[in-house]
Design a protein around this ligand. Sequence first.
Ligand code: NAD
Length: 351
Amino acid sequence: MKIAVLPGDGIGKEIVAEAIKVLGRLGLKFEFEEAPVGGAGFEAAGDPLPAKTLALARQADAILFGAVGDPRYDALPSARRPEQAILGLRKELSLFANLRPAQVYEELADASSLRPEIVAGLDLLIVRELTGDIYFGLPKGIRQHESGGREGFDTMRYTEAEIRRIARVAFEAARKRGKKVCSVDKANVLETSRLWREVVAAESKSYPDIALSHMYVDNCAMQLVRNPKQFDVIVTGNMFGDILSDEASMLTGSIGMLPSASLDANNKGLYEPIHGSAPDIAGKGVANPLATILSAAMMLRHSLDQAAAAERVERAVKKTLRDGYRTADIYTAGTRKVGTAEMARAVAERL
Ligand code: NAD
């Protein structure tokens, strides 16, 4: 199992190193190869996604990614900014399916901005299409308008094939969970959404064991804060998914807890925490490594066919929280405040 290790910038380096230590304790055979990406890639090769890094990512069975971005590079032209690396990897490797679980551990229910009884035990998965929609649709631009002044325009588009393949990812994922898929669109207004709804409904015929429902995106945004536990799997397009998945992440209280996977058609994937490089705490040894450790668990499950090992890691994380270990971002009075390395060590000891 060859893993491309791309720590990136800021806390990326600290948390990825800890996740690798946890993987090392599983007694499995991994080959880790590290390469610079983001600001580190720019420093090493003048490119946020150096050719060698991309070649390694292509070759590997899976990619463990930290985070990219640093205020030092904010003045660079957009093609050279660290954040381009992640967009480049998604595009070059056709990582079209973004899986973002949002789980609320009972022990952390108080950390949410919603009342504990609304979120305690929450376990939902957002499946977001990642390579199509209005973010990539052409034409787009800013042009002179005949009435004088300029107008900006983008194009929302999805092909049937793109909708079908993301729908399948959602139905397959639901099969391993609560067997419910809610497809989110704006079919009351958008043609793209009308096609989306039609294709998802047709595809669901191949999954008679899965209950499919449809919801408009504005309603879904509301339902996520009203009664988030009604959802099992949500499947949606790139833009709606971008917004809803950030909303869902905050239900859990801490950005430092949430993993993600971005998969291609063969379940090869890039695994990363949903947070960024956190320059404000980089180098201090206080970052929460659990999102990255849980991303490594997703990697074991989805790309490396090691579901049992994935469960061991997830159980160890739960036990660590139950035993009271907390990094600063999830700390509450009466628990034990630890740094990045100690948190990861506690997980490794509980495997
Ligand atoms: P951020 O996620 O880096 O940080 C937001 C806040 O959450 C900060 O206060 C930070 O200290 C805290 N935080 C984040 N992760 C944490 C962790 N593991 N443990 C404890 N606290 C944590 O978002 P930002 O500050 O908006 O962005 C910083 C940089 O990261 C920017 O350059 C941005 O472009 C980049 N970014 C990268 C990715 C990515 O690599 N996929 C994603 C988001 C942002």
